[in-house]
Design a protein around this ligand. Structure first.
Ligand code: NDP
Ligand code: HSE
Length: 430
C-alpha cells in the first residue's frame, strides 16, 4: 500500500494525540483510504521530555528545519501554535511544495491570506480543519457540505475553555480562577490562556469562519472582541432569573445591504435556545444557509483526542490529494468578493444593563430619560431592595438598539452622579 510520510512539528496536547491516534487507528485509516500515513519525524522544543507516548527517540529532534526538509516527509503537520516558528516553518514547507496541516487559528487569522497565496504559488495546500471547533469538522461542512448556500449567519460557541468556565461558574458556583486552572489541566486552554478568556481565540476562529462564508480576510482589529474576564457570578445569576444563560458567542452575519458583521462577546441567550444547552468544553456552531436553513454542529471543541481526530481527517484528505494529483481543490479566496464590513457602532442587539444606583427619589427616572435620549426603549426593569451601602442593583433589559446608541447612553449615565460603579452591559442574542 502507498505510504505518505508525516513530519510533525509540536509534540504537546494535540501533537501527542495525533501520534497516538495514528498508532491506534493507523490500520483502520489505511483500510478506509487505501493509503497509509507513516510518522517519520517530530520536531519539538524539548525533544527528550517524556510525553507518555511511545516514539523512538531517534525520530524526535529540536531541529524543525530538518523535519520540514526531510525528503521522506510528504506532509508537514504544524501543531506548535503561536506565530513565530509556526509561521517560518509553514512558509518553508509550502515553499518546498509540501502540504501543511495545521490547527493554528492564530496563524491563519493573521497570516492566512499570505499563506494561502504561497500555497497556490507552489501548487500545494493548507488544511486547517481543527482550527475551528476542535473535533467538529465544521470547516469541511462549510467548504463542501454547504457549498450550495449563501451563508446568512453563523452563531458559534467556539472556545471550549470559556464555555467550560462559564458552565462551571453557573452550575457549581465556582470562582473564575479555579475553573480556569481546571481547563488548563485538561489541556483545553491556549499556551497563553488570555487568548481564551479575552475572546482572542474565538475572534481568530470567527475570522476564519467569515473567510469561508464570505471570502474575505477580515483584519482582527476590525472585529469587536470582548472576553469573559470581567463577568461576575451576579450577572450569571440575574441572567438566569431573566431566563438567559451567558455564553461567549461569535456572531458572523451578512446584512441585506451586503455588509458583513463579525463580533465576539459574552451574550445572554434564552435558556431554550439550542446554544444555551451547550455545556462544558463542548462547542456548537449554528449555521443558517439560504437553501439549507438552520443547522447546528455540536461536539468537543478542544482536547487531545477530538482535535487529533480532525487533524488526522485532514491528513487523510491531503494523502488522497497527493495520491490523485489533485492538490488545490479549494480556492484560497472562496467567493473572492469584495465585501464591506458593518461599522461596529451599527450592530443591533438587545442589552442587559446592571447599574448600581443611589436609592433616592428620581434616580430611575433620570436613567430611563438618559436611555430615552438615545432612542433606547426599555423592555423590563428589576430593582433589588438590598444593595451595598447607599447603592442598589438595578437590572434593565432594553429592546433592540444600536451599539453606538447604547454606548452613548451609558456614557450619559456615567455623568449623572447616581451610579456607584461602572455599569455592566451584556448583549442579548435571541
Ligand atoms: P501545546 O502547548 O500543548 O503544545 C505545543 C507543542 O509545540 C509543544 O510540544 C512545544 O514544545 C512545541 N513548540 C511550541 N513552540 C515551539 C517552538 N518555537 N519550537 C519548537 N517546538 C515548539 O499546544 P496544543 O497542542 O494545545 O496546541 C497546538 C495547536 O493546536 C495550537 O495552534 C492550538 O491553538 C491548536 N489547537 C489546540 C487545541 C487543544 O485542545 N489543545 C484544540 C484546537 C486547536 P515542547 O513541549 O517540546 O516544549
Ligand atoms: N483553547 C481553545 C479552546 C482550544 O479552549 O477552545 C481549541 O481551539
Amino acid at each position: 500500500m502507498k505510504e505518505f510520510g508525516i513530519g510533525l512539528l509540536g509534540f504537546g496536547t494535540v501533537g501527542t494525540g495525533v501520534v497516538e491516534g495514528l498508532r491506534r487507528n493507523g490500520d483502520l485509516i489505511a483500510s478506509r483510504l487505501g493509503v497509509r500515513p507513516v510518522l517519520r519525524s517530530i520536531g519539538t522544543r524539548n525533544p527528550t521530555r517524556d510525553r507518555g507516548v511511545p516514539v523512538a527517540p531517534a525520530k524526535i529532534s529540536a531541529n524543525l528545519e530538518s523535519v520540514v526538509d526531510d525528503p521522506s516527509v510528504d506532509i508537514v503537520v504544524e501543531l506548535m501554535g503561536g506565530k513565530d516558528a509556526a509561521l517560518t516553518m509553514t512558509r518553508r514547507a509550502l515553499a518546498r511544495g509540501k502540504p501543511v496541516v495545521t490547527a493554528n487559528k492564530a496563524l491563519l487569522a493573521e497570516h492566512g491570506a499570505e499563506l494561502f497565496r504561497l500555497a497556490a504559488e507552489h501548487n500545494t495546500d493548507i488544511y486547517f480543519g481543527a482550527s475551528v471547533g476542535g473535533g467538529i469538522p465544521i470547516i469541511r461542512v462549510l467548504r463542501e457540505g454547504l457549498v450550495a448556500n449563501r451563508i446568512l449567519s453563523i452563531h458559534g460557541i467556539l472556545n471550549g475553555t470559556c464555555n467550560y468556565i462559564l458552565t462551571r461558574m453557573e452550575q457549581e458556583h465556582l470562582p473564575f480562577d479555579a475553573v480556569l486552572r481546571e481547563a488548563q489541566d485538561n489541556g483545553y486552554a491556549e499556551a497563553d490562556p488570555a487568548f481564551d478568556i479575552d475572546g482572542i481565540d474565538t475572534a481568530h476562529k470567527a475570522v476564519i469562519l467569515a473567510w469561508l462564508a464570505y471570502g474575505v480576510h477580515i483584519p482582527l482589529n476590525q472585529v469587536l472582541v470582548e472576553g469573559i474576564r470581567n463577568l461576575s457570578a451576579a450577572d450569571i445569576r440575574y441572567g438566569a432569573d431573566l431566563g438567559y444563560r451567558v455564553k461567549l458567542l461569535a456572531v458572523v452575519k451578512r446584512h441585506d445591504d451586503g455588509a458583513v458583521e463579525v463580533r465576539v462577546h459574552p451574550a445572554m441567550v434564552p435558556r431554550d435556545h439550542m446554544l444555551a444547552s451547550v455545556h462544558g468544553v463542548f462547542n456548537a456552531i449554528m449555521v443558517q444557509g439560504d437553501l439549507s436553513g438552520r443547522g447546528v454542529f455540536y461536539g468537543r471543541g478542544a482536547g487531545r483526542e477530538p482535535t487529533a481526530s480532525t487533524v488526522i481527517g485532514d491528513i487523510g484528505d491531503v494523502m488522497k490529494n497527493l495520491l490523485g494529483g489533485s492538490a488545490r481543490r479549494f480556492r484560497a479566496t472562496p467567493g473572492a468578493e469584495s465585501v464591506p464590513l458593518l461599522d461596529r457602532g451599527q450592530a443591533r442587539t438587545r442589552h442587559y444593563l446592571r447599574l448600581a444606583l443611589r436609592d433616592r427619589p428620581g434616580t430611575l427616572a433620570r436613567i430611563t430619560a438618559a436611555l430615552g435620549n438615545h432612542g433606547i426603549s426599555i423592555a423590563s426593569v428589576l430593582q433589588q431592595e438590598q444593595g451595598t451601602g447607599d447603592h442598589v442593583p438595578v437590572v434593565i433589559v432594553t429592546h433592540e438598539c444600536r451599539e453606538r446608541e447604547c454606548q452613548a447612553a451609558l456614557q450619559e449615565i456615567a455623568g449623572l452622579d447616581v451610579a456607584g460603579s461602572e455599569p455592566v452591559r451584556i448583549r442579548i442574542e435571541e
